[in-house]
Design a binder for this molecule. Sequence first.
Ligand code: SF4
Length: 472
Amino acid sequence: MYNVKSLKAEEFISDEEILDTLAYADANKDNVELIDAIIDKARLRKGLTHREASVLLACEIPEKIDEVYKLAEQIKKDFYGNRIVLFAPLYLSNYCVNGCVYCPYHMKNKHIARKKLTQEEIVKEVTALQDMGHKRLAIEAGEDPVNNPIEYILECIKTIYSIKHKNGAIRRVNVNIAATTVENYRKLKEAGIGTYILFQETYHKKSYEKLHPTGPKHDYAYHTEAMDRAMEGGIDDVGLGVLFGLEMYRYEFAGLLMHAEHLEAVHGVGPHTISVPRIKHADDIDPSAFDNGITDDTFAKICALIRISVPYTGMIISTRESQQVREKVLPLGVSQISGASRTSVGGYAEAEPEEESSEQFDVSDQRTLDEVVNWLIKMDYIPSFCTACYREGRTGDRFMALCKSMQILNCCHPNALMTLKEYLEDYASEETRTLGMALIDRELEKITNPKVKQTAYEHIHDISEGKRDFRF
Ligand code: SF4
């Protein structure tokens, strides 16, 4: 039984509703009149339902797909401008009691090196990340109540926020840890986290149970209802995601949008971000063992459709994807990317010896942060290190309200320029600095609101004078 407002996973992610949706999409994939009406609705920039978006995903009419791509590009420009926010993952521990068959950290993998960062090691890792120029981290840890209890995660967050090295600081720590209790979510909120991220992996219950044969993660309902508990615990920015390749992508896509609709219906605020990882090679894992892999074209189509279906939700692409794929999907709606990532426990301060590898997956994009920033600037994107919204309390429904009214552009555009300026002054190579300064000059000219423009000029001047107040 489908009920978007129910708090039971099997009711707000109803298998029956998804199967009906897929049948409806198949029956209408050539229905040009309906497809035109759906695209027209998407042009209003208020989003689409999972049923409407699923029809567009099933549609293979080239001209219609082209219209979807163009609309996604326009919506991306309207809501996010040409800003791309940068972050890095920080793996704290790969001890894990779960049996996820697609992840090398699964408990039965006896040959992967097991590591857990001490607070001293975290200081070294975070110092190395600050020296690259990072301001925003996503911390990751396997599920292990003995090795990685909530107290350990909280201590790590405290340590990360306390490190101020040269002009560096980590100003936003997003957290990607296993589904937990309301009480623990409350503790994370009190520790000052940004977004709580939890990938569903797959919305298909039977596949989910097969892919997670052992450990606490086996419980589909507990995992799927985690975001409701997080919100009950006071975390109002949550990040959804599925691991594409595990199940049929059309099923996952409908489930993902239904989850977003559920959060909006129950809590009045949809997901802050959606991540779109695809399964990759890793120790003990062969992606070809999963027969639901998606092509780059399908991947791009999914990104474009997420953009027009939930225009106010950020979209994240990690270094799982190559430079080439990232270039293809950036204009279609991606708002955040990771740069210079290490997916091992440790590895920023010192490279890991190969025989002691603790990597979660192979990184496709191996460039340094400076190379990523340089590349973005050359494509006329503004690499942004901004964390102001969360620092100024613009989270949850306050952020969404600003975003939906497109007012966010008045904050984000100048803030992106200021934080880029900071990066260029403190960390960039000569070439990146020159390119970046020229970009800032061009972008400042584009600001139309005189008050916003003046403030941006003043702050950028202050940054050149060496002032750093960490407001952004
Ligand atoms: S996906 Fe997460 S829970 Fe599953 S084995 Fe890997 S680290 Fe553990």
